[in-house]
Design a protein around this ligand. Structure first.
Ligand code: SER
Length: 393
């Protein structure tokens, strides 16, 4: 298979068509903003907008669905810069709402990866839920993997999926692909050259406030696969940043700012994520979603200014903003997005200058205690993180 032809668009359409041919209806992905009654700030997974339907409400398009959903995960922020994590990414998803069960989903997953995307079955490993004191081991999934000849490893915590402390959850089976250059001899929990690519969750419980599990009215299957990660793996690339959606970033950013590889990845990821978040209507603020956006911009500026404090977001080529908005089909004016980024940059620059000035006062020359940090935040609006970054000792 000519893997270079497996572009992001091609992988996406192959995925969707595969499931459409098997009776799934395509639903339109939502924005990054969950409904207002939702407890999380951003959509973190393709299943998120489907929660009421996983809990039993009939979906108008039926009980087999497929989509591509943009997601944002702040839990992975510290990992960004490595080969596999992005803050904003797209998730390919398929669902059975009380229709077929997990084993069918795993069989289709195997077929699509091997026949649709040319994955060598010898480079696949699965994990399954090994059971705990409340729920038995997922033998149905292990049996499928054994029958297909895919090695399988049971785990407990790693193979239980939930979307927070309460809500739908259940055991999952994850598919890993091998990225090493010698044949694999280990299992996913022992060797991080096994990269997780596709999660198949048998979503059949709801966790209540008191932590107890009750069965959902129906047994669902919820699968999710990171698009950029899949593309980079099937193309044999070293990282998600080498897949085609990042091509303009790879071409333009290194000429603008010289950065080591992890910093370059972080700057591109955070800038691109900030554009998408702004494109979905979020504005910088000190709380909630706006604070996540603010943190993204401040983190990337901190990295940019480490070597050269004169670096300026105004130098960012407009086509990177436009390319990102187009890719996510957002119609926000690129000039508006740019203006918001520049305003936020200026605010941060001023805050840093003020912070340095205040911290140079005699009172703050010694080690800073909790009381100082509280005072600096409360009276001068200097967040703890910022103070510590200016006084790393
Ligand atoms: N909800 C699961 C995940 O996010 C599968 O979609 O991994």
């Amino acid at each position: 298979m000519d893997t270079d032809r497996l572009t992001t668009d091609r992988v996406q359409s192959t995925f969707v068509e595969y499931f459409e041919e098997r009776g799934h209806q395509r639903i339109t992905g939502s924005t990054l903003l969950p409904p207002s009654d939702d407890s999380v700030l951003f959509t973190t997974s393709g299943m998120h907008p489907l929660t009421p339907f996983l809990e039993g409400r009939p979906h108008p398009l039926g009980n087999r669905l497929v989509n591509v959903q943009r997601c944002l995960r702040t839990t992975d922020l510290d990992e960004v810069g490595d080969p596999t994590h992005l803050t904003v990414f797209e998730m390919l998803g398929s669902w059975s709402l009380g229709d077929y069960e997990g084993p069918q989903s795993l069989r289709w997953g195997y077929e699509l990866l091997t026949e649709g995307f040319g994955v060598d079955p010898r480079h696949m490993h699965a994990t399954v839920f090994g059971g705990d004191d409340r729920t038995g081991p997922d033998t149905a999934s292990s049996d499928v993997w054994e029958e297909l000849g895919v090695p399988v490893e049971p785990t407990t915590e790693d193979n239980w999926w939930d979307n927070g402390p309460t809500g739908p959850c259940g055991p999952d089976s994850e598919i890993f692909l091998w990225t090493g250059d010698i044949p694999p001899r280990s299992t996913p929990t022992q060797d991080d050259r096994w990269v997780e690519v596709w999660n198949h969750v048998t979503m059949r419980y709801r966790r209540l406030d008191d932590g107890s599990l009750v069965p959902l009215p129906q047994r669902n299957v919820d699968t999710g696969m990171g698009l950029e990660r899949l593309v980079s793996l099937v193309q044999g690339k070293q990282s998600v940043f080498e897949c085609d959606v990042f091509a303009p970033w790879r071409q333009l950013v290194p000429g603008l700012w010289q950065l080591d590889v992890p910093s370059l990845r972080l700057v591109c990821d955070h800038l691109r994520s900030a554009v998408v978040v702004i494109g979905d209507g979020v504005r910088p603020a000190n709380t909630g979603r706006g604070y996540v956006l603010r943190r993204l911009v401040r983190r990337l500026l901190t990295v940019l200014w480490r070597d050269d404090p004169t670096r300026y977001l105004g130098d960012l080529p407009g086509e990177l903003i436009l390319h990102t908005l187009d890719h996510f089909r957002q119609d926000t004016d690129p000039v508006v997005v740019r203006g918001i980024l520049l305003e936020e940059e200026q605010r941060f620059r001023r805050l840093l200058e003020r912070g340095r000035r205040i911290l140079s006062r005699p009172r703050f020359q010694g080690p800073l205690g909790e009381e100082d940090l509280f005072y600096l935040h409360d009276t001068h609006g200097l967040p703890r993180e910022l103070v510590l970054s200016l006084r790393p000792e």
